[in-house]
Design a protein around this ligand. Sequence first.
Ligand code: ZN
Length: 217
Amino acid sequence: MKTPTIPGLDIPVRNIYCIGRNYASHAKELGNKVPKIPLVFLKPLGTICYDGSSIQLPKQSSDVHFEAEIVLAITKSGKDISPARVNDHIGGVGVGIDFTARDIQSISKKQGQPWTIAKGFDNFAPISSFTELTPEQDLSELDIKLFQNGFVKQHGNASEMIFPIPNLVTFLSQQFTLHPGDLIFTGTPEGVGQVSSGDQLEVLLNNGEQSLKVTVE
Ligand code: ZN
């Protein structure tokens, strides 16, 4: 298998970091407490696919959910990056879907086990193309919308995040040295829901600056 690349930036994907429960309204809809430090998990590389992909529903799950998320692409290495320097390390911004087998995740949560299987099936992380970040870009103004079969199901804005983007990147870089090709899924706003075979999903960054369309098989 070829290493997946980041569309628009043409660099290989390295790690797929994801943040859970970063919008208070979404933590609430799933009955979770608002975290005090960011909740971090990883998705395997085989989850990456692109605009126009079909998502096959795994036979292990009967409750796969969409989670639309703003996705950051790291293009400059860094450790202990200060919030003021975060823009220098983010080369691009796009959108993605953190598909989640909610039934499998619920069992893992109850058993205190990691979410890797629930979050890690093939094609469970479609990503759009990435817009290059300008040094002046205000990361708190990024906006995301998800449509399921033409109806708006999720609408979030980075200003509503519990841990704003600069703080997230700072926190991650305190744990792990970040390198070009690392992607960061920044968490999903409220409105997550189940997908069915035949569904068309569309995610927009800033009302269409970037878009991602996928079909559920
Ligand atoms: Zn998510």
